[in-house]
Design a protein around this ligand. Structure first.
Ligand SMILES: O=C(O)CCC(=O)C(=O)O
Length: 296
């Protein structure tokens, strides 16, 4: 039986395994077969004041840890200015047209940069491999993580209605995974804050694979569990997005967000074409962690 076949079967099983205790049990089985967490040292690309244990404990208890403002002005402006030379695409349309950011058109809700173009940014590879992050994520997953996606996208304001991830949902990408989010623009209450329901990552409420209404979420978890991330650019948070979350539809203004995903295995829905990169050697990257994104 091929590895891809096993990955595919496992992907569809996890999309149907909605009981948190069952998912945890299957995670335990994965830990027997996947590489041990290990320890990362020496890549300090993010300015994270919190200690690893504090971040881990928050992630475990709440499904969420706010890491503060971890990117300097110069890191942000270097990434944003390089992005201005890279094409981004309307992935909601089958033909995936290039989006003209100066005039995206009202029918464009989001515009995504490709993973392979983002993999060419040494800053982004360094961020994804920050040692503190890798150590916390390894402990949380209980295995050596796989960087299974790097994503960066614009969410445009003044659109008619919310679409896709702008409604509350759970991600079901693997049995266990986390996402690291960075705001690259200031995010106000009106410009599409990310919203997470604390504790929902370990709850058996609203576990179906569907979108949830705001009312259902408040009724199931209580308003006090809903955290709305209104923050300036440079803010960063680590989240178990099996927990209920959404990106609020921006009313006005556009939001630029960078995201790194860490999981057990490759995400079955993604087509990986890792880029040959001198960064693997020059930054002494862990080849297993990065294998889907960059290789020697
Ligand atoms: O745009 C957002 O803040 C939400 C993103 C999201 O739902 C996801 O990455 O799973």
């Amino acid at each position: 039986m091929g590895k891809r076949f096993i990955d595919r079967v496992s992907f569809y099983i996890q999309r149907r395994a909605h009981n948190i205790q069952l998912r945890d049990l299957i995670c335990g089985v994965h830990r027997l077969f996947l590489p041990n967490p290990g320890h990362s040292a020496g890549i300090n690309s993010l300015h994270i004041a919190k200690q690893e244990d504090e971040i881990f404990n928050e992630l475990k208890a709440d499904g969420f840890s706010h890491l503060g403002f971890v990117l300097s002005e110069s890191q942000i402006s270097s990434i944003v200015s390089k992005l201005s030379h890279v094409e981004c695409f309307d992935t909601a349309k089958a033909s995936r047209p290039v989006v003209d950011l100066s005039n995206p058109g009202n029918d464009v809700q989001l515009a995504h940069y490709t993973r392979n173009s983002l993999a060419e940014f040494p800053e982004i590879i360094a961020i994804a491999n920050d040692s503190k992050i890798l150590n916390v994520v390894s402990k949380y997953l209980g295995v050596k993580p796989t960087v299974s996606n790097i994503n960066c996208w614009w969410s445009f304001g003044s659109r008619e209605s919310a679409k896709e991830a702008q409604f509350y949902h759970r991600d079901m990408d693997d049995f266990k995974f986390v996402k690291l989010f960075f705001y690259l623009t200031d995010v106000t209450a009106d410009s599409g804050p990310h919203i997470f329901v604390k504790g929902s990552h370990k709850s058996n409420k609203l576990t179906e694979l569907r979108r949830f209404s705001d009312e259902e979420v408040v009724e199931s978890f209580g308003q006090e569990k809903i955290t709305t991330l209104i923050e300036q650019k440079g803010a960063c948070f680590l989240e178990d997005t099996y927990g209920v979350h959404k990106g609020q539809l921006p009313l006005k203004g556009n939001r630029l967000l960078l995201q790194v995903q860490y999981s057990y295995r490759p995400l079955h829905v993604e087509d990986y074409q890792p880029k040959k990169s001198a960064l693997v050697e020059s930054m002494k990257l862990d080849e297993y962690v990065n294998r889907l994104i960059v290789t020697k």
